[in-house]
Every structure is written in C-alpha cells, then in structure tokens.
Design a binder for this molecule. Structure first.
Ligand SMILES: Nc1ncnc2c1ncn2[C@@H]1O[C@H](COP(=O)(O)OS(=O)(=O)O)[C@@H](OP(=O)(O)O)[C@H]1O
Ligand SMILES: [Mg+2]
Ligand SMILES: [Mg+2]
Ligand SMILES: [Mg+2]
Length: 304
C-alpha cells in the first residue's frame, strides 16, 4: 500500500491527544500560562504551543510529508515520540476500505491543540479540549478529542478536586460505531428545543439567529469542540455560531465524530464547509450550525 491508513493515523492521534492533555493539565497546575494576545479576544498560552508542538512532532515521526494545518504559528522541535499506530487494527475488516489506503494529496490533519483558550485563561476549564481532525477529499472522516479537565464520564470537576481530572477521550471514524458516548438529555428537557452558543464571543448576529429559532432554552459555554460534543450527546439540539470566529481546526475533529453518529454541520445557509489547507480559507466566515436531528428544519428557520 502506498497511501495513508486512517486507522493508523487516528490510533496515533489518540496517543498524542492524551499526552497533550497531560501537558495542558501540568501547565494549568503550574499556574504559569504565559498568556499572549494574538488578536482582540484571541488569547494563546504556553499550553496551546506545547500541545501543538507535541502533536505535530509525533505525527511527523511517522508521516514526514502529511499535510497539517495547526492553529498556532510555531516552530516544531523534533521529539522521540513515536505514537502507537496499531491501536485500531481490529477495525481493519469493518472500516470503509477507501480509508485504509488514502491518496496522500487528499488527506489533511487539522489540529486545535487547545480549544476554548479564553475559558482556560479564566479558569473555566471544563470545556477545554485537544482536537485532531482528519479530512479526506475535503470531508472530515476521523476525529479525536481529549478533555483534560473532566472525570471519566466527561463531567466537570472543580479545581479543588483536581485529582479527579482523569480526562476523557472520544474518537470517531465515519462508518464505525462511536464508543464512549451517552444520551445525556435530562428527562425534564425532553421535547424542548435547546440551543448552545458561545460564552465568550457573543454578539448581535448570534442573538438575531437565536430569535429566528425561538428555542425553549439557550445555553452558553466555551469551546467549539465542547459545544459540538453537547449536540452529539443530546444536551443541545443546535450549536449555533452564526458569525465569523471559528476556524477549520475548531470543527474538523468534532465534525467527524458528529458525522459518525448521524449529525450534520453546515454553514448557516445550509452549504457544506470545505476543508482546505489554503490558509486564506481556514476561517468559517459565515458561521456554523451543528445539529443531531432535523438539520434542514433549523436551516429553513434561519433563512426565512
Ligand atoms: N471573535 C472571535 N475571535 C477569535 N476567535 C474566536 C472568536 N469567536 C470564536 N472564536 C474561536 O472559536 C473557538 C471557540 O470559541 P468560543 O467563543 O466558543 O469559546 S472560547 O471563548 O474560546 O472559550 C475558539 O477556539 P480557540 O482559539 O481554540 O480557543 C476561538 O478561536
Ligand atoms: Mg485560539
Ligand atoms: Mg479552537
Ligand atoms: Mg485553540
């Protein structure tokens, strides 16, 4: 075989995301985040940097030429980390055959080394995640997310009980059932329409879009990955961010897992997102809409 094997890449990303989660926890516990502002309302910490460097160096040790789009602009010192490529071998017979020998030119790895940085700097760490998404021919096909600051069920744990931060991993490949997910909808919320949107980057565009849907409830929390996971686990019907702000690395990994469980992510117009390594096109300029149920119903409401 001359192409890339998605099972080997996702297996390696599982190792690297877990290791990055430990790096992020250790830096948070050290108390020295070394915050720099990349733009207005757009912080980066030393944890974002170290996490991305670790992931890219590990991937490069196995696949020196693989296309990678990472959020942070940084040098990557070499490491001796050779992540385990064999963890998912047992899916070789059940995985879509196309994904076992992917044309190299058509594969891109999107890395968000630390999603919800603003919340991280404010100590609201439950929504922090490492996100690694793999796209093939412009479509997310594999995703790995790791939550460093939760318990094994993905529940938030306050920093006073930091020893319970064991972390949680979720990985998905389109065509393979996703493990380790739950339907978390509370009984009293059954039948309600719940929207989740940003905690830190709210604006009038988002408010106007929410009004078009007339939900029963609006939740606000940090992180594109965390909000998409809330939709995946049925804590919300719609993740709405109908404005510029998120980038392809924020959504590639959770989008792959969402697709694997039958959910949908598009632009608010209903048009698909095109995953590209052209850096002038990495912004989701028109925003995103993420659903687990009747996607078209919400697109119609947003565009009436
Ligand atoms: N206005 C604006 N400016 C810069 N960046 C923005 C903006 N809105 C959303 N984002 C990006 O979307 C990611 C999730 O944003 P959220 O608002 O949900 O969360 S958070 O504020 O970062 O906690 C978050 O990803 P990370 O940078 O990985 O934290 C932000 O990059
Ligand atoms: Mg950022
Ligand atoms: Mg992000
Ligand atoms: Mg980030």
């Amino acid at each position: 075989m001359t192409g890339y094997n998605l099972l080997e890449i996702v297996s390696s990303c599982i190792d690297l995301a877990e290791q990055s989660g430990k790096i992020i926890r250790d830096i948070f516990n050290s108390g020295t985040l070394d915050i720099k502002m990349k733009g207005e309302d757009d912080p980066m910490t030393v944890a974002d940097l170290k996490s991305q460097q670790h992931i890219i160096a590990g991937l490069r040790n196995h696949w020196p030429d693989i296309k990678i789009v990472g959020e942070e602009d940084c040098e990557v010192p070499p490491t001796q980390t050779f992540p385990d490529r064999t963890k998912l071998q047992k899916y070789s017979d059940s995985a879509p055959k196309d994904y076992l020998n992917m044309n190299k030119e058509d594969v891109i790895v999107f890395i968000d080394p630390l999603d919800a940085t603003k919340e991280f700097t404010l100590g609201r760490v439950h929504c922090v995640m490492t996100l690694i998404g793999i796209t093939y021919k412009g479509v997310p096909v594999g995703g790995v997310i790791y939550q460093p600051f939760v318990d094994a069920d993905g529940l938030p744990v306050p920093k006073e009980q930091a020893s319970q931060w064991v972390g949680r991993l979720v990985w998905g490949i389109v065509g393979i059932p996703v493990e380790n997910l739950k339907d978390k909808r509370a009984p009293e919320d059954k039948g309600k329409v719940i929207i989740v949107t940003t905690a830190s980057h709210f604006n009038q565009d988002i408010e106007n879009s929410i009004q078009k849907i007339q939900p029963d409830k609006v939740l606000r929390t940090g992180g594109a990955g965390y909000k998409t996971l809330m939709v995946i686990e049925n804590l919300a019907d719609v993740y709405l961010f109908s404005t510029v702000g998120t980038k392809l690395w924020d959504i590639a990994a959770p989008h792959a897992i969402l697709s694997a469980v039958g959910g949908t992510l598009t632009q608010p117009s209903g048009k698909p997102v095109n995953y590209t390594d052209n850096l002038s096109l990495v912004e989701n300029k028109n925003g995103i809409v993420v659903t687990i149920g009747d996607h078209q119903k919400y697109i119609n409401l947003l565009n009436k």
